[in-house]
Design a protein around this ligand. Structure first.
Ligand code: ADP
Ligand code: MG
Ligand code: MG
Length: 252
């Protein structure tokens, strides 16, 4: 589904990603871990197509298409969902209207008819249950005055509604409480299917108690320096990142 080859990216002329290689197949959940500043959010941002980041080398192929050639909007229409793409506050636009527009854009891109109001509402009801989100929240302006937990819940709700092919969740700086953690995890676990894939970016192992990844990758200095299964996350929980830094940096 996703093939990242020798990806290099810079911000304001400083190289941050220094040759990322990653293959993700449909049905898989991959966790990206690593110390602060290792480039995790940069990788997510580059996949999202955020303009501040300059790709200087390498390629990203998503379902046979060159992802780097697509605008952020077209990436979304192709089925790539980036959780931090939506936490912007949009005064005057309710979540409901935002989502209806977003879903119908995706459908139109796929050559499907738009959802009528009745079908849209019944889909909303089903997905609201899944993420335990309050209907009141959805009628308010998107993310305006939402608490951290509410934004996160809303994000997962959007993900549930859009049913993306590839979801990328950058959780690191969100300070999720236990309820939000459970909601995020339930959402991800429930939406998991043989046809989609998820990249979970996290600094801490905690989230991976709830979302069990098929593969865990450690990013350090803009490279994947170690890959393994969920046991690697447990090892990191126990031993921290220093031993990995030493392995990579060690000159003796
Ligand atoms: P992580 O998510 O793993 O903590 P980031 O991808 O956020 O790491 O950051 C990687 C490196 O890139 C850090 O050294 C950070 O200071 C730098 N960086 C990130 N964003 C910017 C920016 N907008 N301008 C300059 N440097 C940045
Ligand atoms: Mg960070
Ligand atoms: Mg980060």
């Amino acid at each position: 589904m996703l093939s990242i080859k020798n990806l290099h990216a810079s911000i304001e002329g400083s190289p941050i990603l220094n040759g990322i290689n990653l293959e993700i197949k449909a049905g898989e959940v991959h966790a990206i871990m690593g110390p602060n500043g290792s480039g995790k959010s940069t990788l997510a941002s580059v996949l999202a197509g955020r303009e501040e980041y300059e790709v200087t080398q390498g390629e990203v192929i998503f379902q046979g298409k060159d992802l780097l050639e697509l605008s952020p909007e077209d990436r979304a229409r192709e089925g790539v969902f980036l959780a931090f793409q939506y936490p912007v506050e949009i005064p005057g636009v309710s979540s409901t209207n935002f989502l209806r527009t977003a879903i119908n854009q995706v459908r139109s891109y796929r050559g499907q008819d738009p959802l009528d109001a009745v079908k849209f509402l019944s889909l909303m009801k089903e997905k609201m249950k899944l993420v335990e989100i309050d209907q009141k929240l959805l009628s308010r302006s998107l993310n305006e005055g939402f608490s951290g937990g509410e934004k996160k819940r809303n994000e997962i709700f959007q993900m549930a509604m859009l049913e993306p092919t590839l979801s990328i969740l950058d959780e690191t700086d969100s300070g999720l409480d236990i309820d939000a953690l459970r909601v995020v995890s339930n959402g991800v676990n429930h939406l998991k299917s043989k046809d989609n894939a998820t990249i979970v970016v996290t600094h801490y192992q905690r989230l991976l108690d709830y979302i069990v990844p098929d593969y865990v990758h450690v990013l350090y200095k803009g490279r994947i320096v170690k890959s393994g299964t969920k046991d690697l996350a447990l090892e990191l929980e126990e031993k921290g990142y220093d031993w990995i830094k030493e392995e990579v940096d060690g000159t003796t």
